[in-house]
Write a protein that binds this ligand. Structure first.
Ligand SMILES: [Zn+2]
Length: 145
């Protein structure tokens, strides 16, 4: 999660909302991909940190399924990313801060709780949540100010 936070900081420096994600193979501890939120720079509304990390790991492994891998992400995933996480068949999602406004796991669509969701990862929230939330607060405060 510290690596994911570093990615989030890099996103903030690039003017993107500070969210970072890291994909890990829990069997070996190897980091397969890490990514920062980048929809503005990439001209791609789907370029959330989670999607970027999933794409990078899938390309690296040459497999559209990332069965059992663990995702660390600094903010509760949105509904789009939760869908991608399910399609990728990740084993576990560990996130930092809750996102009552845009989250799709514990809030909003609650994608993994729907009967139409056919792959449900284990979910753990709140890891280094205050660090993640502080990064987001200071980013948006600076933008408004
Ligand atoms: Zn997302």
């Amino acid at each position: 999660m510290r690596r994911a936070l570093a990615c989030a900081q890099a996103a903030a420096q690039a003017g993107e909302a500070p969210v970072g994600a890291v994909l890990v193979d829990p069997a070996t501890g190897e980091v397969l991909a890490e990514a920062a939120n980048a929809p503005i720079a990439r001209h791609d509304p789907t370029a959330h940190a989670e999607i970027c990390a999933i794409r990078a790991a899938a390309g690296r492994l040459g497999n559209y399924r990332l069965t059992g891998l663990w995702l660390y992400v600094t903010l509760e995933p949105c509904a789009m990313c939760a869908g991608a996480i399910s399609h990728a068949r990740l084993g576990r999602v560990v996130f930092g801060a809750d996102d009552p406004k845009g989250g799709g796991v514990r809030h909003g669509a609650r994608v993994f709780d729907q009967p139409t969701c056919h792959w449900r990862p284990e979910v753990q929230g709140g890891l280094l949540a205050e660090d993640s939330a502080a990064l987001l607060r200071s980013f948006f405060r600076a933008r408004r100010g």
